[in-house]
Design a protein around this ligand. Structure first.
Ligand code: GRF
Length: 194
């Protein structure tokens, strides 16, 4: 495996809105010697996102953007991404939908993690809907972001078995654990083409 020094890792930004366990996991991953990414900038639309605390602890630049005006928020984000020389965006629980214009500017460089086996269960409340439909399996997917919600090209998926005892909360926990394994793997997979 090629060893990368901090300088030639891919400058990456993670976008979050909440707890940020994926962010935390990606930061840890980025610090491994052979990780292809460095996390240089964390974007949030929510000042109370817990993940911001973790980013600050690791001395990563963070900025909260006011989404009352989405157009303005996105053009400011773009400015900051440029300033931080960002080449890859990892969405991790970011609850805002990026505009077509924004996605075009980072074409093929935005990835997302979704807690279902896409193309099944796009959108919100996945675990609740999965349990309600008595599915036997669910899982998580890392995919490229295009202008249709949760429909970009799939990079990797992990299947998770649902037990009869599972409820939306226990299933979310099970899947989140797998998300933390899957996201770094997916980044490895695409890193040589970025
Ligand atoms: C994860 O389940 C992710 O798949 C979804 O939002 C959740 C974020 O969790 N997009 P966290 O904030 O990373 O803990």
């Amino acid at each position: 495996m090629v060893k990368l020094s901090g300088r030639n890792k891919i400058p990456t930004s993670v976008f979050i809105s909440g707890t940020g366990t994926n962010l935390k996991n990606l930061i840890k991953f980025s610090l491994l010697r052979n990780s292809p990414i460095s996390i240089n900038f964390v974007v949030s639309n929510n000042i109370n996102a817990k993940g911001l605390i973790f980013a600050k602890k690791y001395k990563i630049n963070t900025k909260v953007f006011d989404y009352k005006n989405k157009f303005r928020a996105e053009s400011l984000i773009l400015k900051y991404l440029k300033k931080n020389k960002i080449k890859l965006i990892c969405l991790a629980g970011f609850m805002k939908i990026l505009s077509k214009t924004f996605i075009k500017k980072f074409k093929g460089k935005i990835i997302n993690i979704h807690p279902s086996l896409l193309p099944k269960y796009k959108g919100l409340n996945t675990h609740y809907r999965v349990i309600k439909n008595k599915e036997k399996f669910s899982g998580c997917t890392v995919h490229f972001v295009n202008s249709s919600l949760d429909a970009g090209k799939i990079i990797l998926q992990k299947k998770v078995k649902i037990s009869k005892k599972d409820n939306p909360i226990s299933l979310a926990k099970k899947i989140l654990k797998q998300e933390h394994v899957l996201y770094p793997k997916a980044i490895f997979k695409i890193s040589s083409n970025l």
